[in-house]
Design a protein around this ligand. Sequence first.
Ligand code: ADP
Ligand code: MG
Ligand code: ZN
Length: 482
Amino acid sequence: MSGWEAVIGIETHVELQTESKMFCGCPVRFGAEPNTTVCPVCLGLPGALPVPNEEAIERILRIGAAFECTLVEGSLFHRKNYFYPDLPKNYQITQYDLPFCIDGHLDIEADGEEVRVGITRVHMEEDTGKSIHGSETGRIHDAEYSLLDFNRSGVPLVEIVSEPDIRTPEQARAYAAELQRVVRSLGVSDARLEEGSVRFDANISVRRAGDDFGTRAEVKNMNSLRSLQRAIAYEIDRQIALIESGSEVVQETRHWDEGSGKTSSMRSKEESEDYRYFQEPDLVPLHVDQTWRDRVFAGLPELPAVRRHRIAATGVDRQAAAVMVEAGDLADLFDEAVSLGSEARTVGNWLSGDVVAYLRRNETTLADTHLQAEHLQELAVMVGEGALSSTAAKDVLARVLAGEGSPRAIAEQHDLLQISDTGALEAEVEAVLADNPDVLAKLQSGDLKPIGFLVGQVMRATGGKADPKVVSELIRNKATAG
Ligand code: ADP
Ligand code: MG
Ligand code: ZN
């Protein structure tokens, strides 16, 4: 695609996992029996009136604050009017020109480059019900019947609209992944793509470098970060080929098909006039005063990017820091162990490497293991003292995870302690040197290569329990002492 540049903006929907829905008291519960968490309000029955959920508003403000948005003091709800069977009121309560949050940004890193993606707005709306089409593909065209489940109707939904600042499929993926981390760190939603608690729609256009923005297509139905990246890459190629063949891109909504790896036209793009937006007459304007806004900013947790930087600054490598922060609970445990005085790098490597591998192997979660910060601290001290080799430490760690007890007890019980006491090793070293006078002579002549061989002999004599560092040091001293 030489000479071409892609322009991408992402619209993200996040379902808030509040106790109750946006405008009624029905519980928000994923996976409940169809049509069991419904009431006259979320079924759009005549005369039912909406009452806003304060906790949902608190949460959208937290999201906006995390993106350093301006939190709008006087915000309004609007009606977006359209017909679809999963929308029983025939309108969706949403926001229009006065959303809760505007003008923020999210910094991402992709392909070793830092990019700041503008956040145009973060607004509140309600989710629709779910149509389940009775066909193999799950699509409406070839369905014989459709079923409706209104459990999701009225679930608080936050829409985060990015500026068209994204340029590559990789950046889009990095944006989506970082956005998920931020939302999760705020504790407002688990933001899971597979379960639909987060959904990413990509707006894509292409242009020749330096030209104005081209016509965009919006692509939907990506169920993983990988398909988001693939769908965008496909769409960029499709648009370039179209233009190069003398055709034009049409503004439309396209459907990503995971199986074929292609996008296809769903519907022509509607304009905002089509929706006949007007202010929601059943709700009063919202007043988010300065005190509330200040409190939201002050209550923000440490955000993932800041946390990654802070942890990397303790000497842990960046990848390990990223792995721990991604998981969240690993970073919490890391922080706790370090606050107990553990060596950061060592603990970071264990958590991001051995512990992650253990959890994956055993298909378990950190909370279901027995690992505590005190264990990590004890283990790090033992390695530092030379009481455990780094290999033995990994073995002990796996046993701690499995619930066998504390590191010291495990090391003693399984005879894993290392001899690093100089006095205890001196005799072993003497014996090995006496058995190998020719090798000793070599050392004394300044050829230090055979040290490894001698260390190996001492390790063998001690059943692998000697601290090789100490042994090597002892041999070196003997050789130079002549
Ligand atoms: P709509 O109201 O039709 O959804 P918006 O103006 O709100 O349109 O923009 C939706 C998304 O499309 C935003 O994320 C925006 O950044 C992105 N976008 C706008 N113009 C373009 C373009 N020419 N190419 C790619 N993305 C675009
Ligand atoms: Mg839109
Ligand atoms: Zn309800």
